[in-house]
Design a protein around this ligand. Structure first.
Ligand SMILES: Cc1ncc(COP(=O)(O)O)c(C=O)c1O
Length: 288
């Protein structure tokens, strides 16, 4: 089966899955999502993703989504149906479907959609060796970037611009400071070898891969500084890198067409790369 979906109780091929045209996720982006990696058939950081989803649902006053155990059961069944061992589980919860009206409709149940697709995590290993490029763009998103809503248009436009420029990622800049990437968290290594990244705030998504990376770095006595850094600092930094569920860590070796540091992955990114992939392998038993 190529890709499978679950929609409010029904499992089946993705091509025949659908939601109402009046779904509030569709009309208002009144919905939240998560992307969870599975490798060797096992979810990576499942509890952290669930925590972030619950936090978002509470912030948006979306009530009535299935509990944690039910969600895990659905997710496991869908992944088993997909017959893939390595892939991405997408979870979306919208406020539900109702006649179009901005205020919350009374008495509707949320729409729950999950999909499972294959994803090739092994492609990240040569990219880790080689590094990727990024371009800087103004951060034109709303004031609650900590909520993982499906209102992704600014990220869609920015990532398309990056793609058209042949870059892997768009690096967002707000008031001169680097917030994060279009779909990644951003880091620089400063002249003293410290890992610098924007603190958790309404300006960034609290990334799950970010959380894991910072825990690993601190456990290895590497110095972490959570503060905003400027685009000028990023341009002068010896190393830049990004993290996300689909790219657990990738060094950025070119920014806006200019080399970062020596134009190849530096020692801090390389060391973190080993640590992050060791963690992925030990959590899931992945052998890729
Ligand atoms: C804006 C943004 N920042 C950061 C991330 C990385 O988050 P995570 O590590 O949970 O995948 C994402 C992931 O999609 C994102 O969209």
């Amino acid at each position: 089966m190529p890709a499978v979906a679950y929609v409010n109780g029904r499992y089946g091929p993705i091509a025949s899955a659908g939601v109402s045209v009046e779904d509030r996720g569709f009309q208002f982006a009144d919905s939240l999502y998560e992307v969870v990696a599975f490798l060797n058939g096992r979810f990576l950081d499942w509890d952290k993703h669930l925590w972030r989803l619950r936090r978002g649902l509470a912030a948006l006053f979306i009530e009535g989504a299935p509990g944690d155990a039910a969600l895990l059961q659905i997710a496991r069944r869908l992944v088993a149906m997909s017959r893939h061992t390595d892939g991405l589980l997408y979870i979306q919860v919208s406020r539900g479907a109702a006649k179009r009206d901005h205020g919350f409709p009374a008495g509707i149940a949320p729409t729950l959609v999950l999909t499972a697709r294959r994803f090739d995590f092994a492609q990240r290993l040569p990219q880790l060796e080689k590094g990727v490029s990024a371009i800087s763009l103004p951060d034109q998103r709303w004031a609650r970037c900590d909520l993982k809503t499906t209102g992704l248009l600014p990220a869609v436009l920015a990532k398309q611009e990056a793609k058209a420029a042949g870059a892997f990622e768009a690096l967002f800049v707000k008031e001169g400071e680097v917030t994060e990437g279009g779909s990644t968290n951003m880091y620089m290594v400063d002249g003293d070898g410290r890992i610098v990244t924007h603190p958790v705030s309404a300006r960034i998504l609290p990334g799950i891969a970010r959380d894991t990376l910072l825990d690993l770095a601190r456990a290895a006595q590497m110095e972490v500084v959570e503060r905003p850094f400027t685009l000028e600092e990023a341009r002068a930094a010896p190393e830049l890198f990004l993290t996300s569920t689909t790219a657990p860590i990738l060094p950025i070796v070119a920014l806006d067409g200019a080399p970062v540091g020596e134009g190849r992955p530096g020692p801090v990114s390389r060391r973190l790369g080993e640590m992050v992939w060791h963690e992925v392998r030990s959590q899931t038993g992945w052998r890729g």
